[in-house]
Design a protein around this ligand. Structure first.
Ligand SMILES: Cc1cc2nc3c(=O)[nH]c(=O)nc-3n(C[C@H](O)[C@H](O)[C@H](O)COP(=O)(O)OP(=O)(O)OC[C@H]3O[C@@H](n4cnc5c(N)ncnc54)[C@H](O)[C@@H]3O)c2cc1C
Length: 543
């Protein structure tokens, strides 16, 4: 992981290296007393480095990432209920898939053995078997006749194919604009009502919208913001093996327990319902005040909100204006991410006194020495990623200007060349606006990434922690961690061959329409021939 030795900072933001102090985990039995003592120390005037609101999976994961850095960051987790875990603990039967690599990695790390479930019946108890979600009924229903089985088979085939088409459409680099209504698209592409009903459900839980409320490209963009829409499909339709912890009736409590053990109970405040988060400026830096239901207050330099959007609307966030300093103006707007490489007529950076990466959150710039005379990095542009030459030139000029401001050495002021790749990113990826703000959203249920997945919540927590670390102790994180955090979503994208795309575009509904069209043509032709023949016969007989 730490293969990059360069972690010192040329231009760091509001770092406070001087404030470092080491935390030593305490035993969980003493956590109440520890809380009370530390509360007394912090009191009303005490200042936390980081407050995490919500001890669900994303909040716990953020806290774990922070505490494992052992960077002396003073943090607290505030949880409104009396126990950790959030919705993960509420219901039985949560699964992950083998593709959920963050979740798989965490289970490996915490030594939680998983078992594979292949079918509904594997996890159903005798009294109340689980209901299959999706168009795939359990086979072997004896009353089913041949036609019913054939229909089920066709529904399965059609749904599988349509899923492949959706996956293919939303994993391409640029989603082509398609203003068609998603409901119409489903009607056009799917022949059977059973498959349409299933995809309406999948779209609703995957994107939060009904298909009728979305255009095709809007829906694809939202899918793209999830880990993989195919995983959601597989999960709902129980198509591939799913994993859950061994021997605990699919309960993930063991994961919660081990995370809490890693974090240390003393950092968690239960029964603390944060009702207000207020950002104010003190001595030219932002401070966040958190108030709980009883009126008690805490102050922190940064806050991670690891709560679902339903919970979020219960919290009053002040000031009421946008937290982003520049708000995208359309719902599915785009920011762009420019990856660049600059070559300099200079030897290594260190020969000029520069020893590490540049993390410049205020300028949305991250870069590092990537080779001999070479610098690579990422610049998050507020431009919308419309890839025309003017915009590219603007981004290019901005990057060069920003780099120049970071170097005093003359050779570094004059790069030989700069290569640039601009990728549009949907703003709900939250990457760019998250810099330069002290409130960071972690829960996947907030920023609509990977809605509703254990894997997504783990990623949301890691990402929020990395963003907080970038601000609080940039020297503790590696370049790899930053890029991994940025690229979480892009890892799932893959290119499809033209052959695959052509195959996915064939669908039963079109085939059926084509057959019916051909049938109608043949019929018309037959009738026409019959009439013509009849006319000829009658004409002949009249004659
Ligand atoms: C019915 C259902 C089935 C699911 N099935 C699966 C599945 O099979 N596979 C899968 O991968 N995922 C599944 N999920 C999703 C998965 O459980 C969630 O993605 C994950 O647990 C969400 O974690 P979170 O931390 O983002 O949010 P939450 O679990 O909602 O955690 C938020 C925490 O914040 C606390 N909180 C809220 N407001 C405040 C406040 N003001 N002050 C203090 N604390 C506050 C809450 O009490 C809660 O503990 C399912 C979800 C549901 C609802």
């Amino acid at each position: 992981m730490d293969s990059h030795p360069t972690t010192s900072v040329v231009c760091a933001s509001k770092s406070s290296a001087g404030e470092q102090q080491q935390h030593h985990p305490q035993t969980s039995s003493s956590h109440r007393n520890a809380n009370e003592t530390e509360d007394d120390e912090e009191g009303e005037s005490g200042l936390l480095d980081l407050a995490i609101v919500g001890a669900g999976l994303s909040g716990l994961m953020a806290a774990k990432t922070i505490s494992e850095k052992q960077a002396g960051i003073r943090f607290r987790l505030f949880e409104k209920s009396t126990h950790p875990g959030g919705i993960l603990g509420g219901l039985k039967t949560r699964w992950i898939t083998p593709h959920h690599y963050h979740a798989m990695g965490l289970c490996r790390e915490l030594q939680i053995p998983l078992t594979t479930v292949w079918r509904q019946s594997d996890v159903s108890d005798a009294r109340r078997p689980l209901q299959s979600i999706g168009p795939f009924r359990e086979p072997s229903n004896e009353e089913d006749g041949f036609f019913s089985s054939l229909r089920d088979l066709l529904v399965r085939l059609e749904s599988d194919r349509f899923m492949a088409e959706l996956d293919c459409l939303c994993t391409v680099k640029y989603i082509t604009s398609n203003g068609q209504n998603m409901e119409r698209f489903l009607e056009k592409k799917l022949l059977f009502e059973a498959s349409r009903r299933f995809f309406r459900f999948l779209i609703k839980i995957g994107t939060g919208f009904y298909p009728a409320e979305l255009t095709v490209s809007g829906c694809l963009r939202l899918f793209r913001s999830m880990s993989s829409v195919r995983d959601l499909y597989d999960m709902l339709a129980l198509q591939s093996g799913h994993l859950h912890p061994v021997g605990t009736a699919a309960s993930w409590d063991v994961l919660t327990e081990r995370l809490v053990a890693r974090i240390g109970e003393q950092h968690i405040h239960y029964s603390t319902n944060i009702v207000q988060v207020e950002i104010s400026s003190e001595q030219r830096s932002d401070i966040v005040s958190l108030t709980d239901g009883t009126g008690r207050r805490w102050r922190a330099r940064y806050v991670i909100l690891a709560v679902s959007c339903l919970d979020l609307v219960q919290i009053s966030i002040r000031p009421h204006g946008p937290l982003y300093y520049q708000q995208p103006d359309i719902q599915l707007g785009l920011w762009s991410m420019a990856n660049f490489t600059v070559r300099y007529p200079a030897p290594y950076w260190r020969d000029h006194g520069y020893t590490g990466c540049i993390f410049c959150p205020a300028q949305a710039l991250i870069c590092y020495e990537s080779g001999h005379n070479q610098l690579s990095g990422t610049y998050f542009s507020p431009l919308r990623g419309v890839l025309n030459d003017t915009e590219r030139a603007l981004i290019r000029d901005t990057i060069l200007r920003l780099l120049r401001t970071n170097f005093t050495c003359r050779t570094m002021q004059k790069p030989l060349d700069l290569s640039l790749e601009v990728h549009p990113i949907p703003f709900y990826f939250d990457v760019f606006p998250t810099f330069e703000r002290c409130v960071i959203f972690a829960s996947t249920n907030v920023s609509c990434w990977y809605r509703g997945f254990i894997n997504g919540s783990i990623q949301g927590g890691i990402r929020a922690a990395i963003l907080a670390l970038l601000e609080i102790r940039p020297q503790t994180i590696t370049f790899r961690e930053v890029t991994d955090m940025q690229c979480m979503h892009f890892k799932y994208f893959r290119r499809r061959s033209a052959y695959e795309r052509a195959w996915y575009a064939v669908n039963l509904a079109s085939v059926c329409r084509a057959v019916m069209g051909a049938g109608a043509l043949l019929l018309t032709y037959g009738v026409y021939c019959a009439l013509v023949k009849a006319d000829i016969c009658s004409w002949w007989s009249n004659r």
